[in-house]
Design a protein around this ligand. Structure first.
Ligand SMILES: Nc1ncnc2c1ncn2[C@@H]1O[C@H](COP(=O)(O)OP(=O)(O)OP(=O)(O)O)[C@@H](O)[C@H]1O
Ligand SMILES: [Mg+2]
Length: 403
């Protein structure tokens, strides 16, 4: 267990970590996320006693790092993979660490095998590739068989196989009941690895919650609907209690409904559909939105901002993509170019006649006219296709957590 309380670090006038309160619990992988310069490494250095907090405190199992009797047995960390004596072999690097910390030589062999460095164990660490260096750093972190492990950007520069290996290793360590704290500025990677998130921006903690809660709060989805009969279909959908926002390009964004429900409505009303696409924002976008105002280093011009993926210029504020329009929790109609100021809202006699049960359950299929196909597209015989139907494409796909 790592516990930070009002943890603060100033470098001159620069506040690198600002009254940060967070807890890193055992048995799960906790992702420490934030844009470049957010304060991740500084916080990790303070956890390890490498930097002294300006104020506040951080403890490991209730004790400051400096007062731990056998630090390497309590917490292992990879902060900088290049922090090795370049002339020493991987084996000797680990052996020196083991001896200095009263650990048996057998642990050196164990961790060398664990990280897959056996074939190069006797080779100079200075000649290691980035991935081999990361593996050596992880071997050092695991040398004391610690209950807490901390990795600062462990996947930086790794190939897909290396990334997969580290991901599985962290999950396995957490499954053994260890505390795993890993920093990254890559939300997409964290989405695959972490159970819990601590998000930091400009030194301040922006979120400290289970991944599932972060997803629920920050992901937005809607169905993009195109229909040559949108003027008729729109009110029918709004009658179901779904929020319908007409876009400038003639499509509609429909919230609170599944594509199948919309297809059923169109089918039962005998209306043509040209597109029915589920659009989901990815966690990467959610993270970018959350940290948009906390990005210290923006890329200018055409380059993306590292860790934020934006294309906005340095002076242009948040370098995040446009919000999915008007989604719950993101402000009513944010960024929406509406053909109709309020979209459709239930009104008039149709509303009075509405069966409340249909609000949630979709249209009663028994009301469907004979011969009509729910959700049919423009492939019908009476109307030649002028636009390929796209019922399954997902523009912002988040396959990681079943979003
Ligand atoms: N020794 C130092 N002296 C002065 N400023 C520092 C020092 N270390 C860090 N900083 C500043 O503190 C802030 C936080 O830096 P830190 O390295 O902790 O960020 P980070 O989240 O790890 O970023 P990255 O994703 O780029 O690794 C930055 O503005 C950085 O410039
Ligand atoms: Mg860092």
């Amino acid at each position: 267990m790592i516990q930070a309380t009002a943890l603060t670090k100033r470098y001159g006038t620069k506040v690198a970590v600002d009254h940060a309160d967070f807890t890193v619990a055992p048995g799960k992988v906790t992702g420490f996320l934030g844009p470049n310069g957010a304060g991740k490494s500084t916080a990790m250095r303070m956890i390890l006693g490498l930097d002294r907090p300006t104020s506040g405190s951080v403890t490991i199992n209730g004790i400051p790092y400096g007062k731990l009797a056998a630090p390497l047995r309590e917490v292992g960390a990879l902060l900088d993979a290049k922090a090795v004596h370049s002339g020493r072999s991987a084996y000797n690097h680990l052996l020196v660490l083991a001896k200095a910390n009263g650990l048996p030589r057998s642990r050196v062999d164990t961790v060398i095998d664990l990280v897959g460095l056996r074939p190069v164990a006797k080779k100079r660490a200075g000649g290691f590739s980035l991935g081999m260096g990361q593996r050596l750093g992880i071997a050092a972190a695991l040398l004391g068989d610690p209950g807490i492990v901390m990795f600062d950007e462990p996947v930086n520069g790794l190939d897909p196989e290396g990334i997969l290996w580290i991901r599985n290793l962290m999950k396995a360590l957490a499954a053994e009941g260890r505390t795993v704290f890993v920093s990254s500025h890559l939300m997409s990677e964290m989405a695959l690895t972490a159970d819990h998130l601590v998000v930091i921006g400009l030194g301040r903690i922006l979120a400290d919650e289970p991944m599932a809660d972060f997803i629920a709060k920050n992901s937005v989805s809607y169905v993009r609907v195109r229909s040559p009969q949108l003027a008729e279909l729109g009110p029918k959908m709004a009658l179901r209690g779904w929020r319908v926002e007409v876009q400038g390009d003639g499509s509609a964004h429909v919230y609170d409904a599944k594509p199948s429900q919309i297809g059923d409505v169109a089918g039962s009303e005998g209306l043509w559909l040209h597109e029915l696409t589920l659009v989901q924002s990815s966690l990467e976008e959610a993270f970018m939105r959350l940290t948009a105002n906390s990005v210290e280093y923006h890329a200018g011009g055409t380059g993306g901002t590292r860790g934020t993926g934006g294309t906005g210029g340095a002076q242009d504020g948040p370098a995040s993509p446009p919000l999915p329009q008007g989604g719950p929790g993101w402000g009513e109609g944010a960024g929406t170019q509406r053909g109709n100021a309020s979209g459709w809202t239930p009104s008039g006699p149709e509303q009075a006649a509405q069966d409340p049960g249909q609000m949630l359950n979709g249209p009663d299929s028994s009301a469907q006219a004979p011969g009509q196909t729910p959700g049919r597209t423009d492939q019908g015989p009476t109307q030649p296709p002028d636009q390929a139907p796209n019922q399954t494409a997902t523009r912002y796909q988040n396959s990681e957590r079943g979003q």
